[in-house]
Design a protein around this ligand. Structure first.
Ligand code: NOJ
Length: 715
């Protein structure tokens, strides 16, 4: 390869403008492009591949990239919603459907999964994440990689996955997208990096750098991340792509003076391919000629890129025949989307068994709200290719399910979720008064979450809370179904509704899933993958916080309204809480209600002492003591009481989705190896440390069925 051809492989061009314009055709012929993104017209993609393969000197096929984040034409729930299923196999299936639909267009590389730990619901991109927990994100992210890539990347219908954004992007200050991140190395290694290591272990083909500045060095120029951790420690052999123009943005960050220096920093740090930007194309050659960059650096990058092209089988099969793949939106795709939506819905409240509704014992239902019949809004962020025509809206599904038995009255009531007008609220109250129950479809439209769509106030926008209060005053049962891209602060409405189903942006089949749950065809079974704060000022709030030297307890909390006039300074509990919010969330991580009642009993532990390198069996009995069959997500948490660095008050170490019939019970077993208890200590090495541990099994991060054990040192 000539130097120009090598540098060509390191260049990714935006091809969204359609048929290769003359200039792009010429670049492809000259071997100056290694990858394109954002063209999903199979005819055009095949033509670009043809030029690359047949008309360039070396005939190297193209990587064709696209943001296939949670489905292609058939849209699955947003990733945060998928995370609420706690179901790796189903998530794998969703990614596999997305891959094969995308592959019909010639796309062979997705920029997913996004596995940034997100502890800040203001951040719009929490929607794309798998939540706040390193273990859950690791398990589910790896499942997505397996779904996209299949067992063999060269098979048709599989596409290369990309772990992004490496690393720490989710810790953006104040949840403002692209803002600076400051993460101490110990926290980086214990919290933010494990999902990426799990992605490497699952064979992910590529990594994308983060836009953000990590501890003073933007990720796109960060050799610690890209060389030391990714290549040296984890032995990753795939390719690293920059984020969109993030090489040139090194200058805007203030790390470099010009594009040439940006190209130098990025390539030296280990960015193999530049996404949409021309710093590499314009400057790598001269940087090599001047001896600033070693040709071996470029050779290694090109090898990383070609390796993925070989694994994809592109040299044998560069072209796409859409007819060789199942049709878009086939029954299997829709069924997978529906199952994901169904299992993602989290019931947050159900006072007096308000849900499920019974079509047999009612005459009418009111369906009110801006998100009841909004085919595009239920799809969520990143749905470039999503087909809104496929969307089954909740309104449509409720009609289909019960419309022949009861009267279904619909009112949008608000133009958008952000509307401030209360003009239609009188009519909403009238309809509510005339029906037996009201289902309010509230939340956020798609545009309020996702990239660059962060919010400082994460309560229900517009006049929605007012709508809730007005409808509440009718005295009718009020069910809130909330569609949103993030956890919301629901404090101001929670007591004004009888039940809450939190449905995220549930995707194409969201309506059917919601209708089935509302009318008791299925029990809700999702569990929160992120903590729901009471107030935005509690953020960051997450379950696996540190204990601090002054942990709060119910006894120490004082509410601002209860402080005596002239109270002495040291009289207020002196522990870590907010005077106006306490210290507990509105809904904890792992929480979610069911139509049945599950009881956890009799935790058993294989031994109360194990040695390093050994395993321990922990189990508990789970009983369905309610009236309906349902899934429960059994969760296992541990606490390492003393460490060389302080350890979280709880850490998720296992989970399992279990289905039980009424009256049925089962013993649920987990095996904990001491490696599962390892963490990065003060010396930045990962190991398990001897000492005392607590372990809990239960239905949320507040599980209270506890056992204890010790790891003893080898003598
Ligand atoms: C910018 C986003 O940060 C990234 O996640 C995405 O894959 C690229 N743009 C390409 O669209």
């Amino acid at each position: 390869m000539t130097l120009a051809e090598k540098i060509g492989q390191m260049r990714q061009i935006n091809a969204s403008d359609g048929y290769p314009p003359d200039w792009l055709g010429d670049e492809l012929r000259a071997g100056r492009v290694g990858s394109i993104l954002n063209n999903v017209d199979v005819g055009m993609v095949n033509e670009m591949q043809r030029i690359a393969v047949e008309e360039s000197r070396l005939g190297i096929p193209l990587l064709v990239g696209r943001d296939v984040i949670h489905g292609f034409k058939t849209v699955m729930p947003i990733p945060l919603g998928q995370a609420a299923t706690w179901n790796p196999d189903l998530i794998r299936d969703g990614a596999s459907v997305a891959a094969r639909e995308a592959a019909t267009t010639g796309v062979n590389w997705t920029f997913a999964p996004m596995i940034d730990i997100s502890r800040d619901a203001r951040w719009g991109r929490i929607a794309e994440s798998l939540g706040e927990d390193a273990y859950l994100t690791s398990e589910l992210g790896a499942a997505m990689v397996r779904g996209f890539q299949g067992d063999d990347l060269s098979e048709s219908g599989t596409i290369a996955a990309c772990a992004k954004h490496f690393a720490g992007y989710g810790a953006a200050e104040s949840g403002r997208d692209y803002a600076t991140t400051n993460i101490p190395e110990n926290e980086l290694r214990n919290v933010y990096l494990p999902p990426f290591q799990a992605a490497v272990d699952s064979g992910v083909s590529s990594f994308m750098t983060s836009f953000s500045d990590l501890d003073g060095v933007p990720a796109t120029g960060n050799a610690f991340l890209l060389r030391q951790v990714l290549r040296d420690e984890w032995a990753f052999d795939g390719l690293v792509v920059s984020d969109w123009d993030s090489v040139r943005q090194l200058q805007i960050h203030g790390l470099t003076e010009n594009d040439r220096e940006s190209a130098f920093e990025a390539v030296t740090a280990g960015v193999d391919m530049e996404m949409h930007g021309d710093a590499y194309a314009n400057h790598l050659e001269s940087l090599i000629e001047d001896g600033r960059v070693d040709i071996a650096t470029v050779d290694a990058s090109v090898a990383n890129i070609l390796r993925i092209k070989f694994r994809l089988g592109l040299f044998e099969n560069p072209f796409t025949d859409p007819d060789s793949l199942p049709p878009i939106g086939d029954p299997e795709a829709l069924e997978t989307a529906e199952q994901l939506a169904l299992q993602s819905v989290v019931m947050l409240r159900n006072e007096g068994g308000a849900l499920p509704l019974s079509a047999e014992s009612m005459n009418s239902v009111a369906v009110i709200g801006p998100l009841a019949d909004a085919p595009i809004e239920q799809l969520g962020t990143w749905i470039f290719d999503g087909d809104r025509e496929l969307s089954i809206t909740p309104m449509h599904a409720i009609h289909t399910l019960v419309g022949h038995d009861i009267d279904v009255r619909y009112l949008r009531a608000m133009e958008t979720s952000r509307s401030h007008s209360t003009e239609a609220f009188d009519e909403a109250v009238e309809i509510a008064s005339e029906t037996d129950a009201v289902v309010l479809f509230l939340g956020e439209e798609s545009i309020l979450s996702g990239e660059a769509h962060s919010r400082a106030d994460i309560s229900l926008p517009g006049a929605q809370a007012e709508l809730v209060r007005r409808v509440r005053a009718t005295g009718k049962p009020v069910i809130a179904v909330i569609l949103a891209g993030r956890p919301l602060t629901l404090t101001d409405i929670v007591d004004d509704v009888d039940a809450i189903l939190f449905a995220w942006h549930p995707g194409t089949m969201g309506g059917s899933a919601i209708a089935d749950i509302l009318f008791g065809r299925q029990s809700p079974s999702g569990k929160l993958p992120a903590t729901f704060p009471r107030m935005v000022g509690q953020i960051p709030i997450y379950y696996n916080q540190k204990n601090t030297g002054k942990p709060p307890s119910p006894d120490t909390v004082v509410h601002i309204d209860d402080i005596d006039a002239h109270a002495p300074q040291l009289s207020l509990g002196m522990t870590a809480f907010h005077l106006d919010a306490g210290y507990t969330p509105l809904f904890p991580f792992g929480f979610g209600l069911s139509y049945t009642r599950f009881e956890y009993r009799d935790i058993e532990i294989g031994s109360d002492e194990i040695r390093l390198g050994e395993s321990l069996l922990v189990s508990a009995e789970l009983a369905n003591v309610g009236d309906v069959a349902a899934d429960e997500i059994v969760q296992l948490y541990v606490r390492d009481l003393v460490g060389s660095v302080t350890r979280p008050v709880r850490e998720l170490k296992g989970f399992r989705r279990v289905r039980l019939e009424p009256g049925e019970s089962a013993r649920i077993e987990f095996t904990l190896h001491t490696d599962d208890l390892a963490f990065v200590g003060r010396d930045m090495q990962r190991s398990a440390e001897p000492g005392e541990f607590h372990v809990w099994i239960g239905g949320s991060s507040e599980a209270d069925l506890q056992a204890n054990f010790r790891i003893v040192a080898d003598d």
